[in-house]
Design a protein around this ligand. Structure first.
Ligand code: ADP
Length: 448
């Protein structure tokens, strides 16, 4: 008997397809929901059933809670997978879904709420013994308070939105002379993007790496971690390339941060998949935030552990035990993911269009997660991510060589993509040496 009979996938694009694939392998029927712009999308074609939930703008379709819950009720879905982005970290959505007797494939609304507010998240983690980036004690409400806190923390300072996400609502003040501007701009951006202008402050670390720990916890008190992902290759605080394991960590550090993460998750009584994000500098880890959902970059962890994380997430949501102990999780080889977007590879302007010709690379250790096909018109309304190329090799070097030849094989014609950027990256000596940090791509590689 499958753990659920029918799962509604409240998302689109490659991640909707990823979830569909896990469901299909588990014997679970799928319901795709889609906007009018996505009527011909791959996940809609492959799902057992589909329901149109509104016009193209996300607020009218993929963020339209009444339409999605009605679609689940009408089709008799017994669970909803929210995917990533959209409603995946919306506590109210999780609560409404459960109030309708439908299982939300994710953590409890309380945990989504607590971790969605980064101030509460940092406070919670501090109480659980996890070191955080030094910063203000909670929200900063006035410029006077911001000045006083900044003197205490030390410049440069980063003003961050409590409700932030996707790298938005974050402004740097190099010194006291631009603190007011950073504070007001972060507040304004936060209010516009998240409808919540609460901001807090952190020391702006100069050359850290972004290291995140994947965890899973069940309803029965078991918690495990799946090691780290290094997501330091970023543009505008958004990940571009990720790798696992990190070329910067040694076994002792990996063990130490993994254990810390597991202890914190157990202390919270958390259930589901989750990711603790840290900045790592000079051998120290500083917590910045927790994501209470599946991550875009989860396939690199799947590649080095051989574990299907989406399947695990669905099993946990059904109430099943993890069926895994820490000693069952071992790491084999090296994996790298390139996020390929429908953007100009030089200016990064989104350039949606029709895919005229499409050919994916293959062979040992090569995985492409994408909802593209020849003839598919990439709609202009959504995120520009169109494909994830995930490559696994026995060693980092083998992985890099395989990635290079896979990028050379990849054909996406009809619209510009960032494949040429990734080709240049995979030939760069600093990247090849694993010698990079969160500002390396923008500052040194792109030189902006
Ligand atoms: P979001 O939720 O918008 O993704 P995060 O808090 O996860 O925001 O931060 C995103 C990225 O911003 C990090 O990966 C890092 O590159 C940068 N960042 C965040 N906090 C700091 C900090 N205190 N110092 C330096 N860089 C930071």
């Amino acid at each position: 008997m499958p753990v659920f009979e029918k799962v509604l996938i409240a998302n689109r694009g490659e991640i909707a397809l990823r979830i569909h694939r896990a469901c299909r392998e588990m014997g679970i029927k799928t319901v795709a929901v889609h906007s009018t712009a996505d009527a011909d999308a791959m996940h809609v074609r492959l799902a057992d059933e589909s329901v149109c939930i509104g016009p193209p703008p996300a607020r009218d379709s993929y963020l339209n809670i009444p339409a999605i819950v009605s679609a689940a009720a009408v089709t008799g879905a017994d669970a909803i997978h929210p995917g990533v982005g959209f409603l995946s970290e919306n506590a109210a959505f999780a609560e409404i879904v459960e109030a309708h007797g439908i299982v939300f494939i994710g953590p409890s609304p309380d945990h989504i709420q607590a971790m969605g507010d980064k101030i509460t998240a940092k406070r919670t983690m501090t109480e659980l013994g996890v070191p955080c980036v030094p910063g203000s004690d909670g929200a900063v409400a006035s410029i006077e308070q911001a000045r006083a806190e900044a003197e205490r923390i030390g410049y440069p300072i980063l003003v961050k939105a409590a409700a932030g996400g996707g790298g938005r609502g974050m402004k740097v003040a190099e010194g006291p002379e631009n603190l007011e501007e950073a504070f007001l701009m972060a507040r304004r951006e936060a209010a516009a993007a998240f409808g919540n202008d609460a901001v807090y402050m952190e020391r702006y670390l100069s050359r850290p790496r972004h290291i995140e720990i994947q965890i899973a916890a069940d309803n029965h008190g078991s918690v495990v971690h799946f090691g780290e992902r290094d997501c330091s290759v970023q543009r505008r605080h958004q990940k571009v390339v990720e790798e696992a394991p990190s070329p910067a960590l040694n076994a002792e550090e990996r063990e130490r941060i993994g254990r810390r993460a597991v202890q914190a998750i157990a202390g919270m009584g958390y259930r589901s998949l989750g990711t603790l994000e840290f900045l790592y500098e000079n051998g120290e880890f500083f917590f910045i935030e927790m994501n209470t959902r599946l991550q875009v970059e989860h396939p690199i962890t799947e590649a080095i552990t051989g574990i299907d994380l989406v399947r695990l997430q669905i099993q946990i949501a059904s109430g099943a035990p993890l069926g895994l102990e820490q000693k069952d999780i071992s790491f084999t080889g090296h994996a790298i993911e390139c996020r390929i977007t429908a953007e100009d590879p030089v200016t990064f302007q989104p350039r949606p269009g029709r895919v005229e010709n499409y050919h994916v690379p293959g062979g040992l250790g090569v995985r492409v997660d994408s909802a593209l096909y020849a003839g598919y018109p990439v709609p202009p309304h959504y995120d520009s991510l169109i494909a994830k190329l995930v490559v696994h090799g026995a060693t980092r070097n083998e992985c890099l060589l395989r990635l290079r030849r896979s990028l050379d094989e990849f054909v996406i014609e009809g619209l510009p993509t960032t494949i040429p950027l990734h080709q240049r990256l995979m030939a760069d000596p600093s990247f090849l040496n694993g010698d990079y940090h969160i500002r390396w791509l923008e500052r040194d590689f792109l030189g902006s």
